[in-house]
Ligand binder design. Structure first.
Ligand code: ADP
Length: 457
């Protein structure tokens, strides 16, 4: 039952109950009516036997039977027996067991190979005081046959009824659950495209599900507004912060060129300047990401040799890595031409490589692989560094996410927690995919794929 859809489950459920109820009612109905039929057959038999006395007369000392005695009124066969149980007159049905003993006023059931009968004997005193017995026989098989026809009919109708119920039930449930499918599709679309502008858009309030969809749409509307506000806020704040940070930086430069300051004071100013530069970089990253969110960040796509860019990025990072005894290895297929934005492609590689160095072990390695299958380019950046815990792994793409600031092995490096968010955006903007695998203590591996002929955004 686990894998079945709700539609099928509901259909099975009420088809089952419908069949159960119908079977039960039919069973009760049959048992009542069969009893009723048998009772009426029995009383008809007794009545016919009792009435038959009118058809028996004495004529000149001999028994004279009226022709009515031979009629099969109500299907009852009548016969006359002497006091010593000898058959005198009347009709016996074909296949009736030969001469069963007379039992006065006792209704019995007798059966033979050819059928079942009700037998009823009744004693009668003729005018000359001779004792005779009238025997009434009626076929039970006939009575049962009429019942069995109805039963057979029911056995044909019942499965048809079940199929019809299942069919109608399935159609009705499908119709009733159609809006649910639409809700699910909308939520999936929102999830896949991260697009909160999607709406379910069912007409208002026909039933509870429509009401739910409507409430859901209202909630999406509120969420979308909140997200837009939040993006606008980040964008505004970043813009507002740009000027003061630029002023701090330029003032630092002015102070550093002032000869009246001591070496110690200059070092302090340099620290302020370094931090201001980090802040400035973070602001520009934030601005880029908010522009990307608002769909305002466009790519400058051109056919570029990404193999050369990869070599350059690796070389640049190997200088930084060398400081920590980390070797940068490359395995780059030459001359891969892809339609990409040069600046962003370099940023993608630099962010991944600098992370690999930052979270690498002293004396370890970082490896950059770039290959192409003619359709898409695959890049892998791997290291044998500290790795990422399985709990943190799904969150590394989130803005400002940092697994644990104390994990950073190099204290002289800047970490804003925006690097991978940007990497993810760059890959998506190039219609590519990116994934990360990692084993804590053993290292991490980031794999991205971008189509060589990227479609312009
Ligand atoms: P940060 O500026 O902190 O490096 P990122 O967005 O680049 O921010 O990375 C987010 C987090 O993912 C990092 O704080 C770090 O915990 C983890 N991470 C990224 N790359 C690696 C790597 N190569 N090895 C281990 N952890 C990594």
């Amino acid at each position: 039952m686990k894998k079945l859809s709700l539609k099928v489950k509901l259909t099975i459920l009420y088809t089952f109950f419908m069949t159960l109820v119908t079977c039960l009612s039919l069973a009760i109905l049959f048992s009542l009516s069969s009893q009723e039929i048998l009772t009426s057959v029995q009383s008809a038999l007794k009545e016919q036997v009792a009435d038959s006395f009118h058809d028996i007369q004495m004529e000149n000392g001999r028994i004279d039977l009226n022709s009515d005695f031979y009629d099969l009124d109500g299907g009852v066969y009548l016969s006359l027996y002497s006091k010593d149980s000898d058959f005198l007159y009347g009709r016996i049905p074909y296949g009736f067991p030969s001469a069963p003993p007379i039992e006065d006023q006792r209704l019995r059931t007798l059966s033979s190979d050819s059928g079942k009968w009700y037998v009823f004997d009744l004693q009668y005193q003729l005018e000359d005081q001779t004792t005779v017995y009238v025997r009434g026989i009626t076929s039970l098989t006939d009575a049962e046959a009429s019942l069995s026809i109805t039963l057979r009919l029911a056995l044909i109708v019942l499965p048809l009824l079940t199929i019809l119920t299942a069919f109608i039930g399935y159609r009705m449930t499908s119709r009733a659950l159609k809006p649910v499918k639409r809700i699910t599709d909308t939520v999936k679309r929102i999830q896949e495209n991260e697009d909160l502008s999607q709406r379910i858009g069912l007409s208002q309030g026909r039933d509870e599900i429509y009401e739910l969809a409507d409430t859901f749409d209202q909630m999406l509307q509120k969420l979308e507004e909140a997200f837009v506000r939040e993006k606008q806020f980040t964008s505004d704040v970043s813009h507002e912060l740009r000027t003061p940070v630029a002023v701090i930086l330029s003032q630092c430069d002015v102070l550093l060129s002032d000869p009246t300051y001591t070496q110690e004071q200059k070092e302090q100013i340099q620290t302020i300047s370094r931090k201001a530069r980090e802040m400035s970089q973070m602001i520009s990253h934030l601005l880029l990401l908010t522009r990307a969110d608002q769909g305002r960040q466009k790519l400058q796509l051109e056919d570029i040799n990404i193999s050369e860019l990869a070599e350059m990025a690796a070389e640049e990072q190997s200088l930084l890595a060398a400081r920590h005894n980390i070797t940068v290895e490359t395995q780059i297929q030459p001359d891969i031409i892809a339609r990409a934005d040069e600046t962003f492609f370099i940023r993608l590689l630099v962010n991944l490589l600098s992370n690999a160095v930052s979270y690498g072990k002293n004396g370890g390695y970082v490896k950059l692989t770039l290959t192409s299958d003619g359709r898409e380019a695959t890049g892998i950046v791997e290291d044998n560094g500290i790795g990422i815990s399985p709990e943190a792994l799904p969150h590394i793409w989130e803005r400002f996410f940092r697994e644990d600031s104390s994990r950073t092995v190099r204290s002289d490096e800047k970490h804003s927690g925006l690097g991978l968010s940007m990497v993810q955006w760059i890959v998506k903007a190039h219609h590519g995919t990116i994934s990360a695998e990692s084993t804590p203590g053993e290292g991490s591996r980031f794999t991205f794929q971008i189509p060589l002929k990227s479609v312009s955004l």
